[in-house]
Design a binder for this molecule. Structure first.
Ligand code: BES
Ligand code: MN
Ligand code: MN
Length: 456
């Protein structure tokens, strides 16, 4: 631990500066305008892996954005850790809500503000620096394979193909990912599950063109009104999702499991204050921790139609649309939920409009084991660096490739995240605490130490 601390301290400024240069790259995967920036970022990631000591580093072309691969095989008989992360980021808009520009990393109050600071550049880069540390201090005791992709935020579909085609190259004993959150530095935790995702778009079309809302309004159905009614009908009076069959496959937790889950520290007053809300909301009969961890949900991610420019324009829009996602829990299947949603919407669509449902990317839920050697190694590593045993929690977000690593490669994952739920992932003013960044770099080598020890 002393040697780790010394190496990190001696290289503090450089470790920060290197992360900043990565954060300056606008690697927005969703927007084709940034295609070249995404490609350049992949090149930079590859260069940094090489500098840290990785071999066979490659920027692998895909049908979309490239995947960066690198490895260090020290001994074929030793266990192999597959480190996964993503160098792509979410779009930064609305830009006007950022206090400092999203791609000019700025430190305020001990925190790095930038798009991708926490999700996931700041987090995967901890692994690159921990790897450098182990290489330079001659302490690497397992094989490492890095797979850093550029399409996580758009569903990882090309990575899926890559994984299926590169089973031998990706062979490993465990997947290690830092792309989730912990409760706080005082209450370190390890996520032991991720939700799945089904994402769809609904387009409601009425008249064949935008109409004068005085001349035609009241006589022609307004697609925006119809869409609003459809959306409003998707939750019942108990805030449960009102799509027939939606809950059919949901695994209910035992009361002991629920009790354990709710043991995690959670301050509802602080939660509400942080978000600026008066009351929490959600499925009746479940706590906030359960609503965001073990229960499936449905959210509107965007809704538009008609005139949204300055001032007022009297118009009855021809079309209105919404992007809707559902978070899934074990044993729900994204394909089945997509179909349930689609047929339900088509069934309830009134005859005055046409409704089109398009399916976007999805992903399956996962639960990661807490009795594995790798989980215990993560637990011991965190206990040593934080002075406290981590609390197991269930994450609300999704990382689609995790279930595929399990299905295609047969490897389980450890989710050793160092972010915070309040880091503004996908929001304006995304941040990552500098303290968490360095804590991560210090904890990761301990994971390798205990993983090798416990594997023996
Ligand atoms: N890192 C997040 C997932 C996450 C965040 C897990 C916080 C647990 C806690 C990841 O980058 C992400 O945002 N995933 C997307 C899914 C993807 C298919 C767009 C998500 O969860 O919305
Ligand atoms: Mn992420
Ligand atoms: Mn994300």
């Amino acid at each position: 631990m002393e040697q780790i601390k010394k190496y990190v301290n001696d290289n503090r400024d450089r470790f920060l500066e290197e992360l900043f240069s990565l954060l300056r790259c606008p690697s927005v995967s969703a927007d084709s305008k940034y295609k070249d920036d995404v490609l350049k970022t992949a090149g930079l990631v590859a260069q940094r892996l090489t500098e840290a000591g990785a071999e066979n580093v490659e920027v692998c072309k895909t049908a979309g954005h490239p995947i960066v691969y690198g490895e260090k095989i020290i001994d074929k008989n030793k266990p192999t850790v597959l480190v996964y992360g993503h160098y792509d980021v979410q779009p930064a808009d609305p830009l006007e809500l950022w206090e400092t520009p999203p791609f000019e990393p700025t430190v305020r109050d001990g925190k790095i503000f930038a798009r991708g600071a926490c999700d996931d550049k700041g987090q995967f880069y901890m692994h690159v620096k921990a790897f450098e540390l182990m290489m330079r201090t001659n302490t690497l005791n397992s094989n490492i394979k890095f797979i850093i992709e550029g399409e996580e935020e758009v569903g990882s579909s090309n990575l899926e193909t890559f994984v299926r085609e590169n089973k031998e190259r990706l062979k490993a004993n465990v997947v290690l990912i830092s792309d989730t959150a912990m409760i706080s530095l005082e209450h370190p935790s390890l996520e032991t599950g991720l939700r799945g995702l089904a994402y769809l778009e609904v387009e409601v079309t009425g008249p064949n063109r935008d109409l004068h809302s005085g001349v035609y309004g009241g006589a022609v159905a307004n697609p925006a009104t119809i869409l609003a009614k459809i959306i409003a009908s998707l939750h019942d009076e108990n805030n449960r999702v009102a799509i027939p069959g939606f809950y059919d496959d949901v695994v209910e937790l035992s009361s002991e499991e629920r009790k354990a889950l709710n043991q995690a520290p959670f301050d509802e007053k602080e939660y509400k204050e942080d978000l600026g809300i008066k009351e929490v909301w959600g499925e009746k009969g479940y706590t906030t921790i359960e609503r965001t961890g073990i229960r499936p949900t449905l959210e509107v991610n965007g809704i538009w139609g008609g005139y949204i420019g300055e001032g007022a324009k009297t118009v009855l829009p021809s079309k209105a649309s919404a992007k809707i996602s559902m978070r899934l829990v074990p044993n729900q299947k994204s394909k089945k939920i997509e179909q349930l949603f689609k047929s339900h919407i088509e069934k309830i669509a009134p005859p005055y409009v046409q409704v089109k449902v398009t399916i976007h990317h999805g992903g399956e839920p996962v639960v990661t084991p807490t009795d594995s050697v790798a989980y215990r190694a993560a637990e011991k590593a965190i206990e040593e660096s934080f002075g406290k045993k981590p609390i197991p929690t269930r994450g609300g977000g999704s990382i689609p490739i995790v279930s595929l690593f399990e299905e295609v490669l047969g490897i389980k994952t450890v989710l050793m995240g160092f972010g915070l739920d309040s880091d503004n992932l996908h929001s304006p003013n995304e941040k990552f605490d500098i303290a968490n960044y360095f804590k991560g770099i210090e904890t990761i080598p301990l994971f390798y130490k205990y993983y090798a020890e416990l594997s023996r």
